[in-house]
Design a protein around this ligand. Structure first.
Ligand code: KG4
Ligand code: ZN
Length: 347
């Protein structure tokens, strides 16, 4: 079975054709990063307009590479969560293709897609239960999958998502958007002493995260290094820091993020005794986090998606859709009565 996936929840317009949830036949991603760079983050109106401009072209390319529309058995699209204007473009395209070409339509949750990036191009059995750490620009969650249709959120961030903190810290250090890869780049060049930064202690659910204190601690350290007080404009701060100071802050920050994520994953692993560990989401491209997870679970099967499937893409949506429809009596969505949600928990 070949499924065409369509993904437009944030700033990538993507389409892909995937066979039986694993074999990637085509995978097209048109990134808008350059359009948003000047604004230091994603501008929702620009994102929606840009999706509209390229969506048909991106879908055509993915379908053509796979052998044309006749080979497509179903269309899967991200319906939630995400930027509403962006989601509306992808879902409208998917609904129109489904109706006019007579193909079944499958509605997919974006976070589920990120998890299923780990099934792509794998040719071995993947054992349940699965404990997944999903880290992206909008989400930070520890999720337990008992089966393909039984998901439980064990922990989430109570404030910023990990990717969001990477991006905000990068801004403090004067690094371009998206900040995650930039932070890693300069952190890798630093081999000196690290600054002690806080790991939030959580009241209530110990598997939850909080990153806003860490972000403020980095800001305070940067102000201290620059010799300015807390009223100094933060967008001017980077100019007062030398390269080595920025690298020290970046490395200290990155290592604290790794420790925070691994502390909770270790606890979740003890609580749930999973057979497979997975890492997913755009931030999963981070080498230190990838390494940290393998070291935290030395005796378990740890799956980490290839970097090209970590960021937003449509192959992961097609894969999630394939597993979602198995064993369901009524798996398809109605193109004329289709809900699109900016916020929604995986279920
Ligand atoms: O999953 P994604 O492409 O989009 C969302 O669904 O949010 O994730 C984007 C996020 C950005 O915040 C970006 O800075 C972060 O992933 N990111 C990284 C790295 N590569 C991308 N963060 C840390 N280290 C990286 N190597
Ligand atoms: Zn994402």
């Amino acid at each position: 079975m070949k499924i065409l996936g369509i993904e437009t929840s944030c700033d990538e317009t993507a389409a892909a054709v995937v066979e039986y949830g694993r074999g990637v036949i085509s995978n097209v991603v048109a990134s808008q990063i350059d359009l948003h760079k000047n604004f230091g983050g994603v501008v929702p109106e620009i994102a929606a307009r840009s999706h509209l401009e390229v969506i048909n072209q991106v879908v055509d390319e993915a379908v053509d590479k796979a052998g044309g529309w006749p080979v497509v058995d179903a269309i899967a699209v991200t319906s939630q969560p995400g930027l509403i204007g962006a989601l509306l473009i992808g879902t409208l395209a998917a609904r129109t293709y489904a109706l006019t070409l007579g193909k079944p339509l499958i509605s997919v949750h974006h976070i589920k897609g990120h998890i299923y990036a780990n099934f792509l191009e794998q040719n071995h059995e993947i054992a349940f239960p699965i404990l997944a750490l999903v880290i992206s620009g909008g989400h930070t969650q520890i999720i337990m999958l008992k089966t393909h249709d039984d998901f439980e959120i064990l922990g989430s961030t109570r404030d910023d998502a990990v990717g969001e903190v990477f991006d905000k810290v990068a801004k403090i250090l004067g690094l371009p958007y998206p900040g995650g890869p930039e932070i890693s780049k300069i952190a890798d060049q630093y081999h000196g002493e690290l600054i002690d930064l806080p790991i939030a202690k959580m009241k209530g659910n110990q598997l939850d995260f909080s990153f806003s204190g860490l972000k403020t601690a980095v800001l305070r350290q940067a102000q201290k290094m620059a010799g300015v007080d807390i009223n100094f404009p933060s967008f001017e701060l980077a100019k007062k820091l030398i390269r080595n100071e920025k690298a020290q802050l970046a490395k200290s920050f990155e290592e604290t993020v790794v420790k925070t994520l691994m502390r909770n994953m270790q606890q979740a692993g003890q609580d749930t005794v999973p057979k497979t560990i997975m890492l997913a989401g755009g931030v999963a491209a981070n080498q230190r986090i990838r390494q940290g997870l393998v070291e935290t679970f030395p005796n378990q099967k740890v799956l980490i998606a290839e970097p090209k499937f970590c960021g937003d893409n449509a192959a992961m949506i097609a894969s999630a859709a394939f597993y979602q429809i198995q064993g369901q009596t009524d798996p398809y969505a109605d193109p004329l009565d289709f809900s699109v949600l900016p916020r929604s928990a995986i279920s």
